[in-house]
Design a protein around this ligand. Structure first.
Ligand SMILES: Nc1ncnc2c1ncn2[C@@H]1O[C@H](COP(=O)(O)OP(=O)(O)OP(=O)(O)O)[C@@H](O)[C@H]1O
Ligand SMILES: [Mg+2]
Length: 154
């Protein structure tokens, strides 16, 4: 596929900034507006933190190399039409029992006070299309499509 980028990184929150930067680097060549760039980075950030926190349970691995193998998050970026980016973020973690419920605004399974349950809502509002595929015990794939304003070269 055209302009395809596939990355695998360890699903730990320490890599969240890296995931954002990779998304920004991919989108940058399409001359996004500052707002579009922020939206892409934020949507990827939410999907990545979900993979790390919920998919893999949030525990930290002592050994980065083992983490890379055992908690992989796959990020795929491709250009599916002019100025149209498809982003796919996959984890092989615990999966989601009820996807529709998980996607409701303010729904969280987090027992602490840190999560607002707005990750999917943010992904939905910052992209043109959001699709979640998940199987309990197998993992989750979040697919997002983002159309950028056409750049006319001036
Ligand atoms: N990759 C995933 N693997 C397993 N469960 C997930 C995954 N992504 C989301 N979930 C489930 O869906 C719920 C809602 O996710 P969402 O991102 O909307 O909210 P949150 O992560 O709980 O809070 P916030 O994103 O606002 O910090 C999560 O609480 C979790 O139960
Ligand atoms: Mg979240």
């Amino acid at each position: 596929m055209k302009r395809e980028l596939k990355v695998q990184l360890a699903g730990v929150l320490e890599n969240q900034a890296l995931a954002r930067s990779i998304a920004a680097a991919y989108a940058a060549e399409l001359d996004p507006t500052i707002d579009e760039l922020t939206e892409i980075k934020t949507a990827v950030s939410e999907a990545f933190s979900n993979a790390a926190l919920h998919g893999y349970g949030g525990e930290k691995d002592e050994d980065g190399k083992i983490a890379q193998v055992q908690r992989p998050v796959f990020m795929e970026f491709s250009l599916i039409a002019p100025q149209t980016i498809m982003i796919r973020i996959t984890d092989k973690g615990r999966g989601i029992e009820d996807i529709a419920k998980a996607m409701e605004p303010m729904f969280t399974t987090d027992v602490g006070q840190n999560r607002s349950g707005m990750g999917f809502t943010v992904m939905e509002s910052f992209t043109d299309k959001l699709k979640v595929d998940s199987r309990p015990g197998e993992g989750t794939t979040v697919t997002m499509i983002k159309k950028l304003d056409t750049y006319y070269g001036f």
